[in-house]
Design a protein around this ligand. Structure first.
Ligand SMILES: C[S@@+](CC[C@H](N)C(=O)[O-])C[C@H]1O[C@@H](n2cnc3c(N)ncnc32)[C@H](O)[C@@H]1O
Length: 450
């Protein structure tokens, strides 16, 4: 790196030793950035290029321990990672795919930009990580989604040319994580770089097959190694003449790609300076590499999606309707309900559009048939607004009850018996069930605060 960076090397090394800047991205599915700023419990400095992005200047602030976090009001994310959705720029109604999505930083941002219209497919090949991804998407209140756990080649078989926006946030040597993580520093091994690059070539080529004509493909890594960055893009562009590298936006903290760091034969004739490098010594973020590409061809409108006809057995349907009548406000939608074993989901699109894949999560997991009744799932609570529910228990962020609820404790509140949507201000935190003034806690055990 010393040889590559020359005069910048000392500043680069010093930046790796400095504490990581902490970023926060407001969930625009739940509130506007201004509405969040008006109630923000800690100081925030806006990112000038991203309305929903902020820095948290106070190193003592604990944004992960504020009730707004489990309510899904924000995602804590490195500011340089926030550029992904900004570059890919998904529009409501489109199909967006994130091929390596866990834990969900960039996927939750893509979902927010889709604004609840269209479809997000968030894929994570490592099953255990896919569960975390589901949790973060549910916390954000995302329902127009499929979460899959497939090799990228399999996605390309099922969905060739399907997506207007595709993100490849590739597994990499993680040099941009050195500042944050001792483990990343310890695990780094220069001998892993060629293997990483070969895997990145393979993932990117498979992902490219899912891009619709005129669609965008964004390649991202959090490493500085040119072998995993410009070299991957150079090989890709040579093998895929139907893709062009787009000019980056003009933002002061972006540095150009470095074709001069590649063997001349590999770089020759390609506009690799259009790749984007974010250096930790020149920006508040940890560092990232991006290459934004477009597939040639006339863009066609995205395939419309709509919930399929419902298919519930009679007992499940009766129990769901009873829950709706007793708990919700307004009519229950008649379409989209489907049963997976005991679980009831509401689907944004027909299973025929993803079969033969078996998603880890399809649409909204609304609840479960257990002990002769419908029990609402946590994801349903996080997808609602208080006016949609008959009984709510509105708590203040600083109240003892809010913290007690998040620890899994029983609350006391007067009012009619039945399911209660517990909220912090107007933002749902989860379910409780009230019987004679005692609200039994249904906040998921795995999420409880200690
Ligand atoms: C940089 S991380 C993704 C971070 C995520 N996009 C976010 O913003 O939170 C790369 C991901 O690629 C996954 N991965 C590992 N091997 C893979 C492979 N062969 N194909 C696709 N993804 C893979 C890792 O499990 C990891 O979750």
């Amino acid at each position: 790196m010393r040889a590559l960076l020359g005069d910048d090397y000392d500043a680069f090394v010093a930046s790796l030793a400095a504490p990581a800047a902490r970023g926060l991205r407001v969930n625009t599915l739940k509130l506007t950035p201004d509405a969040f700023l008006a109630r923000a419990p800690f100081a925030l400095n806006p990112l000038p290029w991203l309305p929903e992005g902020f820095l948290i200047p106070d190193p003592h602030a604990r944004p992960g321990r504020h009730p707004y976090h489990p309510a899904g009001l924000y995602y804590l994310q490195d500011p340089s990672a926030m550029l992904a959705a900004h570059l890919l720029d998904p529009q409501p109604g489109e199909w967006a795919l994130d091929v390596s999505a866990a834990p969900g930083g960039k996927a939750t941002h893509l979902a927010a930009r889709l604004g609840g219209q269209g479809l997000l497919v968030a894929n994570e090949v490592v099953r255990s990580r896919a569960r975390t991804l589901v949790g973060n998407l549910e916390r954000f209140g995302v329902t127009n989604m499929l979460v899959t756990s497939e090799p990228v080649e399999r996605l390309a078989q099922v969905w060739p040319g399907r997506f207007q926006r595709v993100l490849v946030d590739a597994p990499c040597s993680g040099e941009g994580m050195f500042r944050k993580s001792d483990a990343a520093r310890k695990e780094w091994d220069v001998r892993a770089i060629p293997g990483n690059a070969a895997r990145q070539d393979r993932i990117l080529a498979a992902a490219a097959r899912t891009v619709a004509p005129g669609g965008r493909l964004l390649y991202a890594t959090c490493t500085f190694a040119p072998e995993e960055n410009e070299a991957v893009i150079a090989r890709f562009l040579r093998a895929h003449p139907d893709f062009i590298l787009l000019e980056p936006p003009s933002l002061p903290f972006l540095s150009p790609g470095r074709p001069d760091w590649l063997p001349p034969d590999l770089a020759r004739g390609l506009p690799l300076e259009r790749c984007i490098r974010i250096w930790p010594h020149r920006s508040p973020g940890d560092g990232h590499f991006y290459a934004l590409m477009q597939r040639e061809g006339e863009p066609a409108p995205p395939a419309p999606i709509a919930p399929p006809p419902s298919s519930l057995d009679r007992k499940a349907e009766a129990l769901l309707r009873a829950f709706w009548r007793e708990t919700m406000v307004g009519a229950m939608s008649e379409d989209g309900w489907i049963q997976y074993g005991d679980h009831i989901h509401r689907l944004p699109l027909a299973p025929a559009l993803w079969e033969p894949l078996r998603p880890v999560r399809a649409g909204l997991r609304a609840g479960r048939i257990a002990r002769g009744r419908f029990a609402p799932h946590h994801a349903l609570a996080l997808s609602l607004q208080p006016h949609q529910v008959q009984r709510t228990l509105r708590l203040d962020p600083a109240s003892r009850d809010t913290h007690a609820y998040l620890r899994g404790e029983t609350l006391r509140s007067s009012g009619p018996d039945g399911w209660v949507l517990v909220t912090v201000e107007e933002f749902p935190l989860g379910w409780g069930r009230r019987v004679k003034g005692v609200v039994k806690n249904h906040y998921p055990k795995g999420l409880r605060w200690r």
